[in-house]
Design a protein around this ligand. Structure first.
Ligand SMILES: [Fe+2]
Ligand SMILES: [Fe+2]
Length: 473
C-alpha cells in the first residue's frame, strides 16, 4: 500500500501528525487511483502534461507549473488560511464563533451537502473522459486535463472533510463517491446535469462555462458556512474553479469568433457551409447547458434552503454585501405558476427563496459572459446576438418543471414544445454535425481546428505553440 506523506500529498492540514486521517486516506488512495485509471481521461495517462499543481494557499505562490504524468499528479488537501475569531455570519446562530467540529444536530445535513458537492467532482471527469481523442488543439487538450486533475483534487478536498469529521459513515461515503458513475442507470451521479454526456468540445466549453459556474455559486454559498473547515476548503477550491470557467467562457468565445468570421465569408451567411459551427447551433447548446445548470440550484421555493440558511450551514454568495443576515421578516417577490401554468406574483419568505437568490447572482454572472461574446459578434460586423433563455425554459427541477415554456418564457402547450424542441435545443442532426467537425484530435503544437479561433496567448505565459504534452519519458 502506498504510504501517504506530505511529499506525496501536499497539504496544510497536518496530515503527517493525524494518524487516523492518514490511515483513512491510505485506504482510499488506491481506490481513487483505480477509479482515475478506469474513469479518468481515456488515453494520455503516460504522457507528460504541462500542469499546474496547488502547493500552498498563498495568493501569489499557490500554483506550480511543471510536466507531470496525470496518474502521478500530486492531489493535495488545502484549506484557505483561517480567519482569526471568525463568527457565523448569518441565520439563527449569527454572531456565535464558527464551529471547528460538526455540531451533532447538523451532522446529517452537513454530510449530505458535502457528499452532493463531492459527487459532482468525479462525475465531470467521467463525463469528459473521451474528449482527448477529438481535441481542437494541444492547448485545449492541456486545459481539459488541467480541469480534470483539479476536479480530482476537489474530490480529495471533500473526501478529507468526510474522513476527518464524519467517522465511519464519512469513510463509507468517500468510497461511494468512487462507485457511482455518470450516466449509469443503476448507480448514477446524484445531480442531473452530471449524468448528461459531454462528448463534443462545444458541450465541454458550455459545461465549463455554465455548469462549473453553478459550482462557483455553490462554493461561494458554502464558503459562508458556520462549519469552518467546509468554509476554508471551499474558499480554496474557488481559486482553481476560476480557471475552469475561463476555459469555458474563452472556449465559447473562440467558437463564436470563428463562427462570426465564417458567417461573414460565406456568400449565404452560413458558417456551416465553410466548416464552422453556426450561431444558431451555438445558441441551442447554450440553451441546453444553461437550463440544465439552472436546475442545479434547486427549487425556487425550498424548505431545505430555508433550513440550511437558518442553521448557519449555507449562506448567500458574498453574504457580507447583504444588509440583513437573519432574513426572518423579509420576503422575495416571485412569479409562481398556478396549476394551469399561468404565472401569479407572490411573496415568498426570503429564507425559502435562498436558492433563487443564489440563482440571481449566477444569471447575472452568465449574462456578463454572453455580453462579451456579443461584443465579438459586433466587432466582426454581425447583427445576430446570443442570449440567455428565460429561467423557465426547459426546466426539470423546481416550480416550472413539467410545464413547457419557450426561450422567451412564454407558456406553450406540450404539443408546441414537441414541435419546436429542435429549434431550441441541439437536435440529433446538430450533434452529429458538431461531432463530424471533431473527428480527430489536432495535436500539432500551435495548430487549431478549423471551427475555433486561436486563443490570444498560451498557458502561464508560454507561447501558443509550446509543446504542452510530451510523449512518455
Ligand atoms: Fe470542482
Ligand atoms: Fe470545476
Amino acid at each position: 500500500m502506498a504510504h501517504i506523506t506530505d511529499e506525496r500529498i501536499p497539504n496544510n492540514v497536518n496530515l503527517s501528525e493525524d494518524k487516523r486521517l492518514q490511515r483513512a486516506l491510505e485506504q482510499w488512495q488506491p481506490n481513487f487511483l483505480q477509479w482515475w485509471m478506469e474513469m479518468g481521461p481515456a488515453g494520455f495517462q503516460a504522457n507528460q502534461v504541462y500542469l499546474r499543481t496547488a502547493i500552498s494557499v498563498d495568493s501569489d505562490g499557490w500554483a506550480h507549473y511543471d510536466f507531470v504524468k496525470m496518474p502521478e499528479y500530486r492531489w493535495g488537501i488545502f484549506l484557505a488560511e483561517p480567519v482569526a475569531e471568525r463568527k457565523i455570519g448569518f441565520g439563527d446562530p449569527i454572531g456565535q464563533p464558527v464551529w471547528q467540529d460538526v455540531p451533532g444536530e447538523h451532522r446529517n445535513t452537513l454530510q449530505r451537502l458535502i457528499v452532493t458537492q463531492g459527487d459532482t467532482e468525479p462525475a465531470s471527469v467521467e463525463q469528459q473522459r473521451m474528449l482527448g481523442h477529438t481535441c481542437p488543439s494541444m492547448y485545449d487538450l492541456r486545459n481539459l486535463f488541467q480541469v480534470n486533475v483539479e476536479e480530482g483534487r476537489h474530490l480529495w478536498a471533500m473526501v478529507y472533510l468526510l474522513q476527518r469529521f464524519f467517522g465511519r459513515e464519512g469513510r463509507e461515503e468517500a468510497e461511494e463517491l468512487l462507485m457511482r458513475r455518470s450516466g449509469n442507470q443503476d448507480r448514477p451521479r446524484i445531480l442531473g446535469a452530471f449524468n448528461e454526456p459531454i462528448d463534443d468540445w462545444l458541450s465541454f466549453y458550455m459545461f465549463t462555462m455554465f455548469t462549473d459556474r453553478d459550482g462557483k455559486y455553490q462554493l461561494l454559498a458554502l464558503a459562508e458556512s458556520g462549519f469552518d473547515p467546509l468554509s476554508r476548503t471551499t474558499r480554496f477550491m474557488l481559486t482553481e474553479e476560476a480557471h475552469h470557467m475561463f476555459v469555458g467562457e474563452t472556449g465559447i468565445g473562440r467558437v463564436v469568433q470563428r463562427s462570426a468570421e465564417l458567417t461573414r465569408q460565406s456568400e449565404n451567411g452560413d458558417a456551416r457551409e465553410l466548416g464552422g459551427i453556426d450561431l444558431a447551433t451555438i445558441q441551442k447548446y447554450l440553451n441546453l447547458w444553461y437550463s440544465l445548470s439552472l436546475d442545479l440550484f434547486g427549487s425556487e421555493v425550498s424548505t431545505n434552503a430555508a433550513s440550511f440558511f437558518g442553521a448557519g450551514l449555507k449562506g448567500r454568495a458574498k453574504e457580507d454585501k447583504y444588509p440583513d443576515h437573519r432574513a426572518v421578516e423579509a420576503v422575495y417577490p416571485m412569479e409562481l405558476p398556478r396549476p394551469d401554468g399561468t404565472l401569479k406574483p407572490e411573496e415568498v419568505p426570503l429564507r425559502s427563496a435562498m436558492n433563487e437568490v443564489l440563482r440571481d447572482g449566477y444569471v447575472e454572472d452568465c449574462q456578463r459572459g454572453v455580453d462579451r461574446w456579443n461584443k465579438t459578434l459586433a466587432e466582426v460586423g454581425l447583427s445576430e446576438r446570443l442570449a440567455l433563455p428565460s429561467r423557465r425554459f426547459h426546466r426539470h427541477q423546481g416550480v416550472f418543471a413539467g410545464l413547457a415554456f419557450d426561450p422567451q418564457g412564454r407558456l406553450i402547450s406540450k404539443e408546441e414544445w414537441e414541435l419546436r424542441r429542435d429549434q431550441w435545443l441541439p437536435s440529433a442532426a446538430d450533434r452529429t454535425y458538431v461531432k463530424s467537425l471533431q473527428a480527430k484530435a489536432i495535436t500539432k503544437p500551435g495548430e487549431m481546428a478549423h471551427w475555433i479561433a486561436a486563443p490570444p496567448r498560451g498557458v502561464n505565459n508560454k507561447p501558443l505553440d509550446f509543446v504542452y504534452l510530451r510523449a512518455e519519458a
